[in-house]
Design a protein around this ligand. Structure first.
Ligand code: NAD
Ligand code: MG
Length: 413
């Protein structure tokens, strides 16, 4: 069961009475310079008095992070990359805003007491900081799906132990959360995530073999960071999202499905045993699910394009093609295998995506590399469940090494 109660107690709300908090919502944003971070800050800036920004973080873009910290009056700004510290500290000198750097500083920033942490780092790099946020027992608006893919069981145990209020930001999971409401999970026959099909939905295997990073980055509906854009093109994103849904809504693998919906208007459909199907719709703009996660159980004003169904005209749906998009089947296999298979899947995918973006492997090599890495990890006995975070991180590191050597064998340059 998702941990956020449909009607959480009013003692720790992100917003109180009408759409406005009585006292400002203390907020930290991990991954503040990214696509989700930028969308979050756009919402925050529209109602600045309603928020009190504690920490903002980024990987290495110190200049951009310093601008954000100053504009939003954060207390601390943290870069993950220690080599970016000097620039950050110089840019923040005399502002009263603290600067810090390195992985431990990131975890400390996430642990600073707040009402809500937006977890929007990309990749498994977000795992330790997001768990630190969960451990303080606040609201966690989770965009970083790789956390749940890499360490779903452990992550959800931490959520239960701390009493954190976990709200999904991923649009399909936000949609499922809304369509499920207070319903009994036993009454659900199917949760169907929608997928746009990405920029290559209609491409042949021959065309896919020659697809370039530039073409793969051009998503037809959503504007997102590079990694998730490539995941959408391979449809690994939908595989990762199935695993994410498996942990957020424990209805079992058999009741989780997907359908391709090129318009990205319907984000998820929840089918009930009485034949009813509830769907959530909105224009494809991440500010809607972010707004939900910030304001729930209330609704804030969001500046997104309003849905005009007469103008959209038609909503179409089709089955996903797992021959042209083998990443879906690879992810399903990892989910079925359980244990550390999803962590290996994620690590290998991160390395393969990076190699594709760097022009070192072809588009179809991404899913092939991940599949080979899972086989190799299985042969090495690496797929057993990880009992703790340290083991998860060790398996993640080992899988990355294995994926790197597979990339080197495949590499075209
Ligand atoms: P992005 O690449 O635009 O931004 C990523 C952020 O993480 C940046 O602030 C970057 O500086 C930071 N970061 C990168 N590597 C880091 C590291 N090693 N250590 C610490 N910080 C690091 O990514 P995004 O598109 O905003 O996606 C963020 C997360 O949200 C991803 O997990 C993605 O799957 C998920 N998500 C994104 C969207 C979207 O529309 N962008 C939709 C659904 C889910
Ligand atoms: Mg999504």
């Amino acid at each position: 069961m998702i941990v956020a109660a449909p009607h959480p107690p009013t003692s720790r709300p992100a917003a109180e009475e009408s759409t406005r908090a009585a006292s400002p919502c203390r907020l930290s944003i991990l991954g503040a310079t990214g696509s989700i971070g930028t969308s979050t800050l756009d919402l925050v800036a529209r109602d600045a008095d309603a928020y009190d920004i504690e920490a903002v973080t980024a990987n290495c873009d110190a200049g951009r992070l310093a601008d954000i910290a100053i504009r939003h009056r954060a207390r601390i700004a943290v870069v993950a990359d220690p080599t970016a510290y000097r620039e950050l500290a110089d840019r923040l000198a005399g502002t009263g805003i603290a600067a810090a750097a390195g992985p431990e500083a990131l975890v400390e920033a996430a642990a600073r007491p707040v009402d809500c942490v937006v977890a929007a780092i990309v990749g498994a790099a977000g795992l330790s900081p997001t768990i630190a946020a969960v451990r303080q027992g606040c609201r966690v608006a989770l965009a970083n799906k790789e956390c749940l893919v890499t360490a779903g069981d452990l992550f959800m145990r931490e959520v239960v132990a701390s009493g954190a209020e976990l709200l999904p930001v991923d649009s399909e999971h936000s949609a499922a959360f809304q369509a499920i409401g207070a319903s009994d999970l036993d009454a659900i026959e199917q949760i169907t995530l929608t997928a746009s099909g990405g920029p290559f939905r209609t491409w042949s295997l021959e065309q896919l073999a020659a697809a370039t990073p530039g073409q793969a980055l051009k998503h037809p509906n959503w504007s997102m960071g590079a990694k998730i854009s490539i995941d959408s093109a391979t449809m690994m994103n939908k595989g990762l999202e199935l695993i994410e849904a498996f942990h957020l809504f424990p209805v079992g693998v058999a009741r989780l499905g997907m359908v391709v919906h090129p318009q990205s208007i319907v984000h998820c459909l929840v089918s009930y045993r009485d034949g009813s199907v509830l769907a959530q719709m909105s224009s494809p703009d991440m500010r809607t699910p972010i707004a939900l996660a910030l304001a729930w159980p209330r609704r804030m004003q969001a500046p997104t394009e309003r849905l005009d169904l007469a103008r959209v005209g038609s909503l179409t749906f089709e089955a996903a093609d797992e021959v042209r998009f083998p990443a879906i089947a690879v992810a399903r296999q990892a989910l079925a295998a359980g244990g550390s298979a999803p962590a290996v899947l994620n690590a290998a995918n991160e390395i393969a995506v990076e190699a594709f973006l760097g022009g070192r492997i072809g588009f179809l090599d991404i899913a092939a590399t991940v599949a080979k890495c899972l086989e190799a990890a299985d042969r090495r006995g690496l797929l057993a469940p990880a009992p703790d975070l340290g083991t998860v991180l060790a398996i993640d590191g080992e899988a990355r090494q294995m994926a790197r050597s597979l990339v080197n064998q495949t590499s075209t340059t």
